[in-house]
Design a protein around this ligand. Structure first.
Ligand SMILES: Cc1ncc(COP(=O)(O)O)c(C=O)c1O
Length: 365
């Protein structure tokens, strides 16, 4: 028989054909202010303990993540049965949609928000219904509720604080959606350690509420990929059905356990990151013609006159910021996260310089 000419592209699922892959920049030589990470090194004792561990890498990890779930249970004050661990919270978004989404079902989101929700919806054939934030960057609770009440709507994701705007939504608005929609309401609390606001106490009375958390931000473990979901044990058991058996490796599980033992050191880092974020916010607000949005997280969204030009100028000076492109409601914006104190000072110096170069002399103060 002759060789059959294969065209792999013709065999791709339609949902994947339409997909534009999520692009990330890897420029290790730059000062990274683009990914909302914790810029500080791990607490020394934690690092030493982790590297001294005798982990059996020739064996599969604990597929149930028992010790890590207990540690997370203690940290969040909920039963370990109400915890599900994931290979980053990204994976957990996918698992939620694999469980509750799918063909003929819809996910409700509030753009501008975290880009991965839409990508995982597409991958799971879930329709996306967008209810943009109001001009004030508040949730349009009425419209979200109306959308959530449609029979196809199965999942609502609220990002709180919201990436990229930095907004924190009132708990009463979120709880109204939880109580009145009856659908799965996911509250993505990736930045909760910075905002110090959480809906965890509400899990007890709401089986349709799930809370998504990560070790990537405040705990400085973006490179290890560790996230978790919190919910009532019965709801978590449903999502656990679609979880790959060994989704979190043994090194990351141990790192998560140790990080929670070094909570006091991390809390000091979080405090410092909050102070640095505030300094950046004050510094940016002094630059003429830059709109700076309030934030409850470790990042700041801002709008210079020429976002693309400024991102390029910053890169020339060694600072990698996130160019958000054209955001719904807000248009073109840039986002930065707090770096180390001297990096932040350097960033403010660079941005003052760029502003002076681009603002006509008669508009300078
Ligand atoms: C709101 C939000 N959720 C989830 C994530 C994903 O985090 P992880 O590193 O745990 O996959 C991010 C990362 O930027 C985020 O901003």
């Amino acid at each position: 028989m002759g060789k059959v000419l294969s065209n792999p592209e013709s065999l791709v699922r339609p949902a994947v054909q339409q997909l534009i892959p999520y692009e990330t920049k890897h420029l290790p030589e730059c000062i990274k202010l683009d990914a909302n990470e914790n810029p500080f090194p791990w607490p020394l004792g934690m690092k030493e303990s982790l590297f001294a561990e005798k982990l059996a890498f020739n064996r599969y990890p604990d597929g149930m993540g028992g010790d890590l779930k207990s540690a997370i249970g203690t940290y969040t004050k909920i039963s370990p049965n109400g915890v599900l661990i994931g290979n980053g919270s990204d994976e957990l978004i996918q698992l939620i949609l694999l469980t509750f989404g799918g063909l003929g079902k819809s996910l409700i989101i509030h753009p501008p928000t975290f880009g991965m929700y839409k990508i995982y919806a597409r991958l799971t054939d879930t329709t996306v219904v967008e209810v943009p934030l109001l001009d004030s960057l508040a949730l349009d609770t009425e419209k979200m509720l109306e959308a959530a009440l449609s029979p196809e709507a199965h999942v609502v994701i609220i990002c709180n604080p919201n990436n990229p705007t930095g907004s924190l939504f009132p708990r009463e608005d979120i709880l109204r959606l939880v109580r009145e929609s009856g659908k799965i309401v996911v509250v993505d609390e990736a930045y909760a350690e910075f905002s110090e606001e959480t809906l965890i106490p509400e899990l007890e009375n709401n089986p349709n509420l799930v809370i998504l958390r990560t070790f990537s931000k405040s705990f400085g473990m973006a490179g290890l990929r560790l996230g978790y979901l919190l919910g009532q044990p019965e709801t978590i058991a449903l999502i656990n059905k679609v979880r790959p058996p060994f989704n979190v490796n043994s090194f990351s599980q141990k790192a998560g356990i140790l990080a929670l033992e070094y909570l006091a050191e991390y809390q000091a880092q979080i405090q410092q990151i909050k102070e640095e974020t505030h300094k950046l916010q004050v510094g940016l607000a002094q630059i003429p013609d830059v709109v700076v949005y309030p934030t409850w997280a470790n990042f700041i969204l801002f709008k210079p006159v020429d976002p693309d030009g400024w991102a390029a100028e910053l890169l020339k000076r060694g600072f990698l910021v996130r160019n958000m492109g054209v955001l719904p409601v807000l248009g073109k914006c840039l986002r930065i996260s707090a770096g180390l104190p001297d990096e932040n000072e350097g960033f403010l110096r660079a941005i003052r310089e760029i502003s002076e170069e681009t603002i006509p002399c008669d508009k300078r103060i």
